[in-house]
Design a protein around this ligand. Structure first.
Ligand SMILES: [Zn+2]
Length: 292
């Protein structure tokens, strides 16, 4: 069976064709033009599929936003994709392409991708976190996504780490993502020098032995680790998989792993903190796994 996998994000849309073993071919990436709204975005994807892909028997979609994976609607999407909320993606694609369509939230999809094809292959239970603008989370329980009562479980980014602390995008104060996201790290670095635009630039500067920046990075690693320690105490997972561009930085995940081991109750210290292994294909491979 040939599966067309689509990964819809706020900045880019990725496409790939895959067989059941997760070998992605015909990979293509386009600007999502998300600011023009949900309707434009979906119309654009349909046109891109028609122009570039044929002879597929199923479509798997990984998308930004909260998803009702049973009926394939977007329950909620933030202002990164205006008017995306409420769209029934599954129905639209089934009508246009006449093949079965499955839709899943991008963090959940990435976790499923890691479960079937990546760093989670050997485990039936684990946690997955992605660090970027915010912190996304997924719980794999008995090889499936644990969804919670309303389908919104695993919002690890909104654990309160410091009550009364920094303001979070959710409106609360002191959330984990206000301290541990890549955005939080970049904001702190900007207080030292206003030239940093992303995590990569911060790491480049560290090679020049910038001690102020190193201090900021160490505090950030500590905060990232505190969140993981609490999650380990709650879930007792064998492994926690960390994704997001920043985790590709050399040695970062092993530094976080060491910090977690330092802070954790000893009987939990066999938890392994590892890097996601599918990189920017995690969402696509997760979308493929929805049809396995
Ligand atoms: Zn929050």
């Amino acid at each position: 069976m040939k599966i067309l996998a689509i990964d819809i994000g706020g900045t880019s849309i990725k496409f790939g064709m895959s067989n059941r073993s997760g070998n992605i071919s015909c990979f293509k990436e386009f600007d999502s033009e998300a600011k023009r709204g949900g309707e434009h975005l979906i119309e654009r994807i349909i046109q891109l599929v028609k122009m570039n892909y044929k002879d597929f028997q199923a479509i798997g979609i990984s998308t930004a936003g909260q998803v009702n994976s049973e009926d394939g609607t977007i329950i909620y999407a933030n202002e990164n994709i205006p008017n995306f909320t409420g769209m029934n993606i599954k129905m639209i694609f089934e009508m246009n392409f006449n093949v079965p369509v499955v839709v899943e939230n991008d963090v959940n999809a990435a976790a499923l991708g890691e479960r079937i094809f990546g760093a989670g292959k050997r485990y039936t239970d684990f946690l997955c976190l992605t660090y970027g603008t915010g912190i996304g989370g997924a719980i794999i329980y008995n090889s499936s996504i644990y969804r919670g009562f309303n389908g919104s479980a695993a919002e690890f980014g909104h654990m309160i780490l410091y009550p009364g602390g920094r303001k979070c995008t959710c409106g609360f104060l002191g959330c984990y993502e206000a301290y541990g996201s890549t955005t939080a790290l970049v904001e702190k670095a900007l207080e030292v020098d206003n030239k940093y635009a992303n995590g990569r630039e911060i790491f480049e500067e560290l090679n020049r032995e910038n001690s102020k920046l190193e201090q900021i990075l160490n505090t950030w690693i500590m905060d990232v680790a505190y969140g993981l320690v609490s999650l380990t105490h709650i879930f007792n997972p064998p492994v926690i998989i960390l994704g997001g561009g920043i985790m590709e930085q050399d040695k970062l995940v092993s530094l976080i792993n060491s910090k977690v081991k330092e802070l954790i109750i000893e009987s939990y210290s066999n938890v392994e903190i590892v890097k996601a292994s599918l990189g920017n294909k995690a969402g696509l491979l997760g979308a493929v796994s929805l049809h396995l």
